[in-house]
Design a protein around this ligand. Structure first.
Ligand SMILES: Nc1ncnc2c1ncn2[C@@H]1O[C@H](COP(=O)(O)OP(=O)(O)OP(=O)(O)O)[C@@H](O)[C@H]1O
Length: 578
């Protein structure tokens, strides 16, 4: 485009120069139309480029983000994802720019394409220059590259400086969130730290911007150097051509073409979009590293999954050891445990004994560092995580409150691509004690359980636990045969908890249930209780057997009973739990 503009402009000037005043219009019409056509073409290209750029960028970034989501969510275990350096790579690869130095792969790819087009333009302009004299090409190019590289180096130094302040930026953002979000609003007021928080935010904002601001001012002064390089380069090319024109060795038209082509080399080099291209590179590098670290994402299942076995499995932990990645301590150490088909097994132990870890291993979220876990004699690793997880249903202690409808929250993960079965969901809600909450919701099952959504409602901690219990029971009704509950009722009062467990015990069908609870009044209903201590099972039996044994279970129970008796926690009446 710049070369075509230079040539048509020169043609126009040459006709105007050589024609007498009477015939100007007739002679200049052709070149005028050609010049107009070039300008029009430039305008059309500009007009088309923006929507095309938008669509291309959106498609590339959409595909990239889907790949990252599949990679992060599809890795069978969670050990790698929990590592801080992997978390940082996921943040970067997600292509959701955290600051202006980061770019998306779509922006990077289009910038690279743009650079290619500009280099073509520069080549065409150089051909126009060379047509006049070959030495014009190195003179103009060297001056343009020198001026450009000054700007490039300044830009890179500014970006480095900016990145050094990013941690301040994150902390400023954290304070901004704390001071403005409803979740923190209560504590900000009660603890009275609003002004202190604002000052912390200000401190970090200055930490981020002050040095960049100073560098910006310094760079502004250095622009003179860049300007001097541009002026000298252009003068070295233009002065000899202008002298030739003045002496009549060349025409004004040729001089016009050279001037236009020379200037376009400077502007094209100046417009090279290196920031977008370089800004996207770390994103792509992080994505490539994640490809190695998280393994190939599981392909989305299209085939109908095999039907689930009717009976609950006999699960065995055999000499299982487990150490969290990056730590030294064996959380589980030679653990042997049987989960018999259809039994209600309670696991108790002090804080940090490893109960939740045992559940994570049972759910194949981590693999044992030694030993194995079997189901009916087959190592659960052989089923593959996806198939094994279809057979179990887990409620985690730190479950997620999805901002979805109640129906989605209860049927999550069990729909197998089909429409959720609301009759089954109703039954699961009844068993979990959720039916009263459901009856009060304005749109029933279709009510979003988050006030941030239109028509949504907020649920209390206890109500949320009923939702996740209903989800687990829905899974059992859909065919899961091992129900795992990690402190599912900590937010419920004793009476509700007792009701929920009575219903659970009655409605679990042929499924086995593994229950973790600190409330021993609940635990005593279990068929069998095991005590986890020092990474292994130290006691196993019914409530009565363990009380008779007089070991750590009996001790814990005595302490809790004493607490109840002294009026701590929710008091229970004598005989209420019998
Ligand atoms: N992701 C992790 N990385 C490293 N260590 C961990 C991780 N999760 C838990 N741990 C450690 O493993 C040990 C057992 O934790 P776990 O959560 O299994 O105990 P728990 O018996 O469920 O405790 P609680 O009754 O308090 O819930 C603790 O020392 C804990 O600090």
């Amino acid at each position: 485009m710049p070369a075509a503009t230079a040539v048509t402009m020169a043609l126009l000037v040459s006709r105007l120069d050589t024609s007498s005043s009477g015939e100007v219009f007739a002679v200049a019409l052709g070149p005028l139309l050609a010049f107009g056509a070039v300008l029009l073409a430039g305008h059309v290209v500009d007009a088309l480029a923006e929507p095309l750029r938008f669509v291309a960028e959106a498609r590339m970034d959409g595909a990239h983000r889907a790949h990252i989501a599949r990679l992060a969510a599809g890795s069978p275990t969670i050990g790698a994802l929990e590592r801080p350096e992997v978390q940082e790579r996921v943040r970067l690869a997600r292509a959701d720019p955290d600051n202006w130095t980061e770019r998306t792969p779509g922006q990077g790819a289009l910038a690279q394409l743009g650079e290619f087009v500009r280099i073509l333009g520069i080549t065409a302009s150089c051909l126009v220059l060379a047509r006049y004299a070959w030495w014009l090409v190195p003179v103009v190019l060297l001056a343009a590259v020198a001026a450009r590289s000054v700007g490039y180096r300044q830009g890179l130094a500014f970006i480095r400086l900016w990145l050094a302040g990013v941690s301040h930026g994150r902390r400023a953002h954290m304070w901004q969130e704390v001071l403005t979000q409803p979740a923190e609003a209560k504590e900000v007021r009660v603890f009275g730290f609003a002004e202190w928080g604002v000052q912390r935010e200000q401190h970090h904002i200055h930490g981020m911007f002050d040095r960049a601001w100073a560098a910006g001012v310094r760079d502004l002064n250095r622009q003179w150097g860049r300007l001097a390089l541009t002026v000298l380069g252009l003068a070295a090319a233009y002065v000899p051509v202008a002298l030739d024109a003045a002496h009549g060795t060349t025409t004004v038209a040729v001089e016009t073409a050279v001037f236009a082509a020379g200037w376009s080399v400077f502007t094209a080099l100046d417009g090279l979009d290196w920031r977008n291209r370089l800004g996207a590179l770390p994103v792509l590098q992080a994505a490539r590293k994640l490809d190695e670290e998280l393994g190939a994402p599981a392909a989305p299942a299209h085939a109908a999954p095999a039907s689930r076995p009717e009976d609950a499995p006999l699960v065995r932990f055999e000499q299982v050891e487990f150490t969290y990645p990056g730590t030294e301590r064996k959380v589980l150490d030679g653990l042997d445990l049987e989960i018999r088909p259809g039994e209600l097994l309670a696991v108790v132990g002090l804080n940090g004994a490893g109960k939740s870890t045992l559940i994570k291993l049972l759910s194949s979220l981590y693999e044992p560092t030694a030993g194995r876990i079997t189901a009916d004699g087959t190592d659960i690793a052989e089923f593959g995580p996806a198939e094994w997880r279809r057979r179990i249903s887990v409620v985690f202690q730190d479950f997620v409150r999805y901002h979805l409808t109640l129906s989605d929250n209860v049927t999550l993960g069990q729909a197998d691509g089909t429409v959720p079965d609301l009759t089954r969901a109703e039954a699961a809600a009844r068993d979990a004690g959720l039916d009263e909450v459901l009856a009060r919701l304005p749109h029933g099952w279709d009510t979003p359980v988050a006030r941030s959504r239109t028509g949504g409602v907020d649920l209390s901690g206890g109500q949320w636990q009923q939702v996740v219990l209903a989800r687990a029971l829905y899974a059992v009704r859909s065919g899961a045969r091992l129900l795992v509950l990690d402190e599912p009722t900590a937010h419920l009062d004793v009476r509700t908890e007792f009701d929920v467990f009575s219903r659970l015990a009655a409605h679990r069908g042929s499924s086995s249930v593994v229950l973790i609870s600190h409330r021993l009044s609940t635990v005593r209903q279990a068929d069998r209780i095991v005590v986890l201590d020092g990474g292994r099972i130290t006691e196993s039996g019914t409530h009565e057997e363990l009380m008779a044994l007089g070991g750590s279970y009996a001790e814990m129970f005595a302490i809790q009973a004493e607490r109840f008796g002294a009026g701590f926690d929710d008091r229970i009446e004598d005989g209420e739990l019998e």
